[in-house]
Design a protein around this ligand. Sequence first.
Ligand code: ADP
Ligand code: GLC
Length: 483
Amino acid sequence: MNALRVLSVASECFPLVKTGGLADVVGALPAALAAESVAVRTLVPGYPGVIAKVGKADPLHAFDDLFGGPARILAAHAAGLDLLVLDAPHLYARAGGPYSDPQGRDWADNPQRFAALCWAAAEIGRGALPGWRPDVVHAHDWQAGLVPAYLHYGGRPRPGTVFTVHNLAFQGQCDASLLAALRLPPEAWGLDGVEYYGAIGTLKAGLRLSDRITTVSPTYAREIATPAEGMGLDGLLRARAGVLHGILNGIDEVAWNPAADPHLAASFDAEHPEGREANRSALRARMGLEDAPEALVIGVVTRLTGQKGMDLLLEALPVLLGHGMRLALLGAGEPGLEAGFLAAAAAHPGRIGVQIGYDEALAHLIQGGCDALLVPSRFEPCGLTQLCALRYGALPVVARVGGLADTVIDANEAALAMKVATGLQFAPTTAPVLESALARLAALWQDRATWAATQANALHAPVGWARSAARYAAVYRELSGAG
Ligand code: ADP
Ligand code: GLC
């Protein structure tokens, strides 16, 4: 089998730049695909942090004017990734996040910043790089949504295109007047093109103009084709059902390995989970929780947003505390939620520990030290934290939506009888139902034998990329005519 060449295009890639699970997926998939004879090169924007981390890089291609200034495509290797970095100082050389300024406001020129990434990807797709032309271009989320558009309107021959939607809620819309400035041809304006409710929709463009669409779990693939969950795009997704695949995310089992995790106080594995005890103690100390070894510690690692149901958790805190449970929460996001959790921690010292911010090391310690990880999302395309929890022996307590429904086996009577339960699920995502789930969790905690058996199942659950990498490879091969 010849190695297939794939260009992956994304605005984030772990460990170079990350705001969420998109980065984890883009960073982990190439290694898994290598085992399927797929050679991936990953194109990312040259944010200052990325340029600093890649070190030595070779210029492969130059643009005299890429949306307002000169730019180069650099080749580099870092963290096991074969990278292409779009060095465009007029677009990316700024302090702040990938999408916003230091005050958290979206950059006004985001349409141009990400159109440039897409334009460069399309040029690479057409053979701009010496000696390397991809068979397939795989674009992720709205930031890369114009990749299929540029390739579609540029005519054939062209590589096949795959567009993965990680979250339908972020649609990347911009003003219709930018059509020409974004180098889109007049014929792109229309229902079958980039037009979306009178604006340019970059997510819509990706969904409409790619050869194949994937999303990050089978359940989310079904949900987004319904008016209730389709966020205005369900009609388009139903029309394209024949090319839409739900392929479950995995996690990087090297980065998330409790047997060799530098962020843990003690290592452990599925056969010897005893090391969790030292991590529980370390986590309690780190989060300022009372030294009460019998109290169940609930962990949360999340963006603090409505999607993640964090307002419902705030509502359910009295019930959580009523069961004698402790909470260790790490998150950042909406100011109202940050303030709400900080106030709860101040009101219940020793019982609620909160850290606001992004902290990779603490995320690992929470997974290795909490007893149960709570993910009460209103919607969740896949979710990665529940997969990390399984691998680290923290029982996931999840809303039955999207990828959460696909990855956790609820400890119902049938699953317990079959000895396959790995956690708890609840639905719908409301505060009273979350409270009932906490009651079920408290009862399970009292039944230590069943708890230990469920934890053992969790620790053995498959959470890696192998199965899903084979599915992506099959999509690529079919597209490239090599299927
Ligand atoms: P989403 O991408 O919607 O935020 P996922 O569960 O897919 O949700 O991925 C979130 C990723 O970001 C996980 O790797 C998780 O560990 C990490 N993460 C989220 N919030 C934080 C935080 N405050 N500090 C450190 N890591 C975080
Ligand atoms: C998005 C989704 C999350 C998913 C991640 C990676 O951020 O919100 O559910 O796991 O992308 O695909």
